[in-house]
Design a binder for this molecule. Structure first.
Ligand code: NAD
Length: 362
């Protein structure tokens, strides 16, 4: 018999990374759709999380990713104070090759079949225009265009939330949330990074940026000529006198190579999955660097898509995203109380909220 002890069913049913309530395998041969919808938890409400469209190496790899990402969404949604559990869907295949209207509609019917237990949105490989199509088949699709009742670009609120996380970090470390005069490095000035720079400049911070795309850098320096540009992320993280480092490009920014050379005393940015592996959070703590957990401070986007179900209201979302300040401070306080890094404290608070949600439903 094949040894399956490390397989996805083992993860699902037996490991600490499992425990998902429901995993749905979806197939529509006519359109070529193969998808996995994973509902990690509905303890706090319908499972919410985006749809990733990606050419996975195997179906097993796709299931594993759906399990992992949906679990992450449970934690993120719990800490964002949303009445949503965590879910995620993955569509298997190269979106450039196989994404068609027929396939997206078939996927939309699978979302419909869950009757509201799963609420979807955009993720890697899916865009607002795709969600407009998926939404034709169900009432539980967010991330749509404003013309189709959606909220559009989520980067404005994501940047605002990261900015609140930075202010909380400044309060924690220097006893004052003001960022005036602080030297802040932003790696990646795309949609989120650009809006973040605007907040920081407005507050009177000294901002240093870098981006692999010249156009992104130019958009920043055209609007804010006082911003300094450095060649690459390696130069940015070694900038003398840097107070805060904001990774706003790709995941894995905090790893065994970068953490030892960081000059900043705070890390707070929008990028997902900044910690390359779980040991990194301790390395940061050992160097006295305060880390504001990525999934907590970048929750502005998910706050926005959750609001779409109620009829999007920007001001209401902004009030909710502003609470990221208090949540970040609560995480630092818990980290100090329990003698653990902030990332572990965030997980504990999220698990507590989910347990309370489960108890309240009984
Ligand atoms: N957009 C949102 O609402 C949202 C919400 C939560 C998390 N995030 C995360 O925040 C990050 C940024 O998202 P975005 O929407 O601004 O994406 P984006 O693609 O608009 O911007 C990313 C920028 O990073 C740059 N970049 C890529 N590789 C780089 C490198 N090695 N060094 C420096 N710059 C590099 C790109 O050129 C681009 O300008 C991503 O990790 C994303 O997953 C975004």
């Amino acid at each position: 018999m094949t040894d399956v002890t490390d397989g996805v069913l083992h993860t699902l049913f037996r490991s600490d990374q499992g425990g998902h309530e429901q995993v749905v395998l979806c197939q529509d041969r006519a359109s070529g759709l193969k998808a996995v919808i994973a509902l990690h938890s509905t303890a706090l409400g319908p499972a919410l999380g985006g749809t990733r469209f990606y050419p996975y190496a195997s179906e097993e790899a796709a299931v594993a990713d759906a399990l992992n990402l949906s679990r992450g969404m449970s934690y993120k949604n719990a800490l964002a104070g949303l009445e949503h559990g965590g879910g995620k869907a993955v569509i298997i295949g190269d979106p450039e090759q196989i994404k068609t209207e027929e396939l997206l509609l078939a996927y939309g019917r699978f979302v419909a079949s869950l009757g509201g237990r799963y609420v979807t949105a955009c993720d890697v490989g899916t865009y607002v225009a795709d969600m407009d199509v998926v939404a034709r088949e169900n009432r539980w699709t967010t991330g749509r265009s404003p013309e189709h009742g959606g909220a559009g670009d989520s980067s404005v609120l994501t940047a605002f939330g990261v900015y609140q996380g930075m202010r909380a970090s400044a309060q924690q470390l220097w006893g004052d949330p003001a960022l005036r005069g602080r030297k802040i490095g932003v790696a990646g000035v795309g949609k989120v990074g650009h809006h973040l720079v605007e907040h920081l400049v407005t507050d009177g911070a000294e901002v240093v940026v870098t981006d692999v795309r010249e156009e992104s850098v130019r958009r920043v320096t055209d609007r804010f000529p006082q911003v300094t540009v450095v060649a690459d992320t390696d130069a940015l993280i070694r900038t003398p006198g840097l107070d805060i480092y904001a990774p706003c490009a790709l995941g894995g920014a905090l790893n065994d190579e970068t953490v030892p050379v960081l000059t900043a005393t705070v890390v707070c940015g929008a990028a997902n999955n900044q910690l390359a592996h779980p040991g990194v959070e301790k390395d940061l703590a050992d160097r006295g660097i305060l880390y504001a957990p990525d999934y907590v401070v970048n929750a502005g986007g998910v706050i926005q898509v959750a609001d779409e179900l109620r009829g999007f209201d920007f001001d209401r979302c902004k009030v909710q995203a502003a609470r990221i300040f208090d949540t970040t401070l609560a995480i630092f306080a818990r980290a100090n109380e329990d003698g653990i890094p902030p990332a572990a404290a965030a997980d504990r608070i999220a698990e507590q909220r989910m347990a309370e949600g489960r108890a309240a439903r009984r």
